[in-house]
Design a binder for this molecule. Structure first.
Ligand code: H2U
Ligand code: ZN
Length: 360
C-alpha cells in the first residue's frame, strides 16, 4: 500500500514502485513501472527517416503545382494550402440510416468532411524547422478551418491533427496535417467532454484550469512555457514522451485565441518540436492534435482547449514503444515516469541540433 505523508504528500516509494495513475480527462487508469527501465532491449529497431530531402519534389502530391492522385492540380501556393481529402473517410452527402436489432446489433450512418492542410510549400520542412511566423500562418489556418467547418451547422466535432513520420502512418514527408469533422462527437472528445462536465458540476471550476495551476506550482512536469501557453508531460502520460499544450487562460476553442495567443501557440509548437527533434537527434515522429469544445452549438463553458502530442519513440531514433499484450488486453503501461520524461525534455537545448551542426 502507498504510504501517505502528513500533508497528503505521497512518500517517494510510490513513484519508485509499480503504481497506477488516473487520467483525469478519460477516467482511464494507467500502470507505471519505473523499475523496468533497466531491462535490456533486443527487439525491433526502426529505420530512421532519411534527413536529406529536396525543397521541391516533382513526385510529391502536396508540393505546389503538382497533380494529386485524383488528377486535381495544386495551385502554386506560397504559404499554406488546404483541400478536401481526395480519399475522405467521412462524406457529406450520404442517406441518414440506422440499424437496431434487439439492442445487440447497432449501426448509424455518419456524415462528415475530411481535409488535408499543407503547412508550407517547402517539401523538406517540418513544423520544428519552420520559423515561428510561418507556424503562426498554420495556426491561423487551423483557426479559419475550425470556424468555417464548425459554423456549418451539420458538424458536431472538428478533429484537427497531424501524423508525422512513416512510423506514425504518415504517407508523405511534405509538412501537412488533416481535419476529420464528424456529424457527432467521436469517442475520446466525448469522454473528455463528460469528464470536464462532471468536474465542473462537482467543483464549480474548470478541470484543466485547476490542473494547469497545480502543474505550474509543482513545476516537475512542465517542459516549457511562454506568456499564453504551457507544455507539460501529463501526470497520466501513456506514451514515453507524451506532451500536452494548454492555454494559461480559459478558452474553449481555437476561435477564442487572440493574435497574441496565436503567436505564442506557434512559438510553443516550435519549442516543443525542437526539443523533440533534439531528444534523439532525429526528425521526431508523433501524432498530435487539438481537443476543443464540440461544434454542435450547445454551451460548453467548462471545455478547455488543449493539444496532445503522442510520440512513439522510447529509447532512441530506432527503438519505439509498442502498445501490445497487457496494454491491448488490460490497461496502458509505461516504464519511465512522467517526471523523468519531463526532466529530460526540459534539459534539452532550445536550438535545433541541425542548426547547431551547421552553426546557422
Ligand atoms: P497522412 O497525413 O496520414 O499522410 O495522410 C495524407 C492524406 O492525404 C490521406 O488521408 C490524402 C490521403 O487520403 N491524399 C489526398 O487527398 N490526395 C492525394 O493525392 C494523395 C493523398
Ligand atoms: Zn512536397
Amino acid at each position: 500500500m502507498p504510504r501517505i505523508g502528513r500533508q497528503g504528500e505521497v512518500s517517494l516509494a510510490l513513484f519508485e514502485n509499480p503504481h497506477k495513475r488516473l487520467n483525469l480527462l478519460t477516467g482511464e487508469w494507467i500502470l507505471v513501472s519505473p523499475h523496468r527501465t533497466k531491462r535490456p532491449w533486443q527487439g525491433k529497431i526502426e529505420t530512421p527517416a532519411a534527413e536529406d530531402m529536396p525543397r521541391y519534389d516533382p513526385s510529391c502530391y502536396l508540393c505546389p503545382g503538382n497533380k494529386r492522385a485524383g488528377g486535381i492540380e495544386n495551385p502554386p501556393y506560397t504559404s499554406t494550402y488546404s483541400f478536401v481529402n481526395d480519399f475522405s473517410a467521412l462524406l457529406p452527402d450520404i442517406p441518414d440510416e440506422t440499424l437496431e436489432k434487439g439492442g445487440l446489433l447497432q449501426a448509424k450512418s455518419e456524415r462528415g468532411l475530411c481535409k488535408v492542410l499543407c503547412f508550407s510549400p517547402r517539401h523538406d520542412l517540418t513544423l520544428a524547422r519552420m520559423p515561428a511566423k510561418d507556424i503562426a500562418a498554420v495556426v491561423d489556418l487551423w483557426k479559419k478551418e475550425y470556424e468555417e467547418i464548425a459554423g456549418d451547422g451539420s458538424i458536431g466535432y472538428v478533429q484537427i491533427f497531424e501524423n508525422r513520420g512513416g512510423i506514425m502512418g504518415c504517407s508523405n514527408p511534405h509538412p501537412h496535417g488533416q481535419i476529420w469533422a464528424d456529424e457527432t462527437v467521436p469517442v475520446l472528445p466525448a469522454l473528455e467532454t463528460s469528464k470536464q462536465a462532471e468536474y465542473f458540476e462537482k467543483h464549480g471550476s474548470c478541470l484543466l484550469c485547476d490542473y494547469l495551476r497545480q502543474e505550474l506550482r509543482e513545476k516537475e512536469r512542465i517542459v516549457c512555457e511562454n506568456g499564453s501557453f504551457a507544455a507539460l508531460v501529463p501526470f497520466w502520460a501513456v506514451w514515453p514522451y507524451e506532451i500536452m499544450i494548454l492555454p494559461k487562460i480559459h478558452c474553449r476553442s481555437l476561435k477564442e485565441l487572440t493574435a497574441e495567443m496565436r503567436g505564442d501557440l506557434a512559438g510553443i509548437i516550435r519549442a516543443v518540436g525542437i526539443r523533440y527533434d533534439n531528444l534523439f537527434s532525429t526528425s521526431f515522429p508523433y501524432s498530435m492534435g487539438f481537443h476543443q469544445e464540440p461544434a454542435d452549438g450547445r454551451d460548453y463553458g467548462y471545455w478547455h482547449l488543449h493539444m496532445h502530442y503522442l510520440p512513439p519513440l522510447l529509447r532512441s531514433a530506432t527503438v519505439r514503444k509498442f502498445m501490445v499484450g497487457y496494454e491491448l488486453l488490460a490497461m496502458p503501461q509505461r516504464d519511465i515516469t512522467a517526471e523523468q520524461a519531463a526532466h529530460t525534455l526540459r534539459s534539452l537545448p532550445e536550438v535545433h541540433y541541425l542548426d547547431r551542426l551547421t552553426g546557422s
